[in-house]
Design a protein. Sequence first.
Lengths: 324, 324
Amino acid sequence: MTPRPPQADQGEAEELVRRLLKGERRALARVLSLVENGTAEGRQALAALYRHTGRAHTVGITGASGSGKSTLAGCLALEFRRRGRTVGVVAVDPSSPFTHGAFLGDRIRMQSLSGDPEVFVRSMATRGELGGLAPMTVEVVAVLDAAGKDVIMIETVGAGQDEVEIASAAETTVVVLTPAGGDEVQAMKAGIMEVADILAVNKADLPAAEALMAQLRALTGMASPERPEVSILRTVATKGEGVAELADAIEEHRRRLEASGELERQRLERAQRQVLALARHQLLAGLLRDAERDGRLEELVRSVARRELDPYAAAQRLIERAER
Amino acid sequence: MTPRPPQADQGEAEELVRRLLKGERRALARVLSLVENGTAEGRQALAALYRHTGRAHTVGITGASGSGKSTLAGCLALEFRRRGRTVGVVAVDPSSPFTHGAFLGDRIRMQSLSGDPEVFVRSMATRGELGGLAPMTVEVVAVLDAAGKDVIMIETVGAGQDEVEIASAAETTVVVLTPAGGDEVQAMKAGIMEVADILAVNKADLPAAEALMAQLRALTGMASPERPEVSILRTVATKGEGVAELADAIEEHRRRLEASGELERQRLERAQRQVLALARHQLLAGLLRDAERDGRLEELVRSVARRELDPYAAAQRLIERAER
């Protein structure tokens, strides 16, 4: 429940960025609000921040609700802090305890996180009822990155499409599964094997854990040979078991990416995707502005609905007009 | 497994369309291949066909694998034929029996369908591993529509995102649920209540059917009042039970849409969405062609990956160049 801030003026954005880069928590929160609300000042701040990004290790944490991924993310935050790293958490899951401000408050040892100035948690609304990454996730991660967070975890509900999106937004993707309730079948259907760098079998103290581990090992063994090996780990988040090993695997994955040149390749790919998405968005916005102003779009759409004009021809006319 | 056809020449497309409009099955199959493969001739055929579309009733049939939605679609096809209507089926589910050419051949009474010239079944590959509507679904439906099919059923696997896509592509959306295996929970999570016009509880001879029906009634009762009422029906597809009632409900839904003016409103909405999607696609394709030819895109992307330029500025430069 972030209150919608009043509009900031031009100079304020630059001032906010200066303060954010110095590590001021309030400036960070304010920039995030400006960015999330899609304001001109947010856009200005992003442009100024951008050259300070690229340092953070981005880690996607995804899994079905009830898989314990929020608790696991909390444990990981603690573990990374123990290792002296600063942490950002972007919780896109609306059911995440992070989202409700109750930072896993039910567990005493987690409470140290909520008072820690080097941990910054940001919850985001999802895109409609279907879950998925919120539209500004990439931008929010960039802001946390510029603010100096070493590790940025992005937590989302594990619907199929999300997992692909998270994998393209994060350098390391952890998929959380549990032995309870046929998760593995869902996971396979959703194409999880294609996007997971690390599979965490949480609630690994349940009896069916060994069977799930074996199943996952068999499945990843069948994966295409050009894909780097997927790590499979057991965790019991509620007891903190396996968390250090998971943190090791996450750091090891980043090291491998870097050593193989894959990190650089993926960065180029992400940059290209982002530039093209923005270009497409801006082009269409310009097109729409013009076409709506002079009633041209409505006219074309009516002709198509009446079957007087086919949609391809209508699109072509829209573009030709914009190009003139 | 449609074999990729050789390229057709200009005149052939027009000739094919003439034959398709006369009801020639082979011409229909050939046009569909040209369209699906994204050829220039396919594009030409679509333009010529378009003014003959808009007659068919498009019906989305979606549900998890194992829900029996393919069998149900087969039963519906039979029922609509009995009512003297011609039928097209577009099966996007790769696991659908339709897709494998075995038109529910295990059931004697279904076999009448496969020899019926007024039933045309087309299977399509999905978009990658994640399921979803194949890219050319809208176009394939338009071709079947022009070819004079009265009812066109589009069958997809029920992943969350698909259901929304199918709802926007079809006039009537049937969501198939079963009492077995917690489907209703999945359905709610995926936002099914938002897109279903008709809920079919299949395998309704299972003991838990009544409980599921009650649950669904309670849920749809809570739906927003501006949404027209969702019908909830029981079916046992393997025995053909409830199929006539389902066909009635489908026809009744279309009548209500038409009487309320909602059909017209939705057609305009669909036309607008399609025109804008095509315009966006063509704009970006043009942009990419130019930017890739002169190495400009690569240069911009590299600058972004090196954090010398922010993605918004890069997108702006790409567009400015295209507009000059």
